[in-house]
Design a protein around this ligand. Structure first.
Ligand code: NI
Length: 169
């Protein structure tokens, strides 16, 4: 947080199935796994392209959350399904050691393509919907602290959750 690349609007990907794109996705996947992230956006590793990845089985950073399939999502388009919003705790690998309560749409349809340009179109809810909204915000230069409505619900993970075994960087 503070790096201007995290505040920029990322550019669409125009060529698919390239070695360059495969290598970007592989780098992102390694970074996300090393840091136990639930998702990662290309601007977080300094690449200003509209590429996000997300997915997790059981994640020690989010011990309560349901699994989300590993997904590469490029040039995403999001559409909320209904008006329901839900508050939930979020963290971010670009804001290490902190958590905040962020309102997100509870139900979401998202579309885009994978690294080979194959289309993807899903309607999801709850944590899956939250992760996608968080990651796609990165492509528009938005970090989750800007979405927090009540700053009393923002702080250091170990202070907020002293009794929980949350692994955090
Ligand atoms: Ni993030």
């Amino acid at each position: 947080m503070g790096d201007p690349r995290l505040l920029a609007v990322a550019e669409p990907v125009r060529q698919f199935g390239t070695a360059e794109l495969a290598s970007l996705v592989a780098d992102m996947r390694d970074t996300m796994r090393d840091l136990n992230g639930a998702g990662l956006a290309a601007p977080q590793i300094g690449v200003g392209l509209r590429v996000v990845i997300f997915g997790m089985d059981h994640n020690p950073r989010y011990p309560e959350a349901d699994p989300v399939p590993f997904t590469v999502l490029i040039n995403p388009v999001l559409a909320p399904v209904g008006d329901d919003m839900e508050d939930g705790w979020e963290g971010c690998l670009s804001v290490p050691g902190m958590r905040g309560v962020v309102p997100r749409y509870k139900h979401l349809r998202y579309a885009g393509v994978d690294a080979d340009g194959q289309p993807l179109d899903r309607t999801v809810s709850n944590f899956h919907a939250r992760v996608v909204q968080h990651e796609v915000d990165h492509l528009d230069g938005i970090l989750y602290p800007r979405r927090i409505r009540d700053l009393t619900q923002f702080g250091f993970t170990e202070a907020l959750f002293p009794d929980e075994e949350i692994v955090d960087d």
